[in-house]
Design a protein around this ligand. Structure first.
Ligand SMILES: [Zn+2]
Length: 150
């Protein structure tokens, strides 16, 4: 997508994390800036031991190949959204697992529904011993979303 993207595997290796070590990937939604890093140019998949988790509503929405005409975006962007998502769903078809939008994934990791950006968009809560992290995905795209979350 840009010169600053597509470095996930290399950056993980810098932390001594091998792609085979990753066993679960949680996606907040299926926009290209969240999934294209999982689509290497050689047509393969990455992280061969990872389950790919996403909300059942997000999966169903993109499986229906929406025309996206309700979005005020240029046609070429619409086509890029559709083709990237379609490619992702094809390549990872045997590893995608759908979950409910408020699923408790593990003892310290759960999802929360955050629809709007996409129909099945979720956030992720990660609880450590002393801190609760919220991974909001693209739920907050403008400062007004913080002051007026409704
Ligand atoms: Zn997005």
């Amino acid at each position: 997508m840009s010169k600053t993207t597509g470095r996930l595997v290399d950056n993980l290796k810098l932390k001594n994390i091998h792609p085979n070590d990753i066993d679960c990937i949680v996606l907040t939604h299926l926009h290209p800036d969240h999934i294209a890093g999982l689509l290497p140019s050689n047509g393969n998949t990455l992280f061969p031991n990872a389950r790919i988790l996403l909300s059942d509503i997000e999966y169903s929405y993109w499986q229906k190949k929406p025309n996206l005409l309700e979005l005020n975006i240029p046609p070429e962007v619409r086509k890029m959204l559709q083709s990237t998502t379609s490619e992702f769903l094809q390549r990872y078809a045997d590893r995608i697992e759908t979950v409910s939008m408020d699923e408790q994934l593990m003892a310290d990791i759960s999802l929360f529904a955050a629809p709007g950006h996409t129909p099945g968009h979720v956030g992720v809560e990660v609880q450590t011993d002393d801190t609760l992290f919220l991974i909001a995905g693209d739920a907050f795209l403008h400062p007004a979303h913080f002051t007026h979350p409704e």
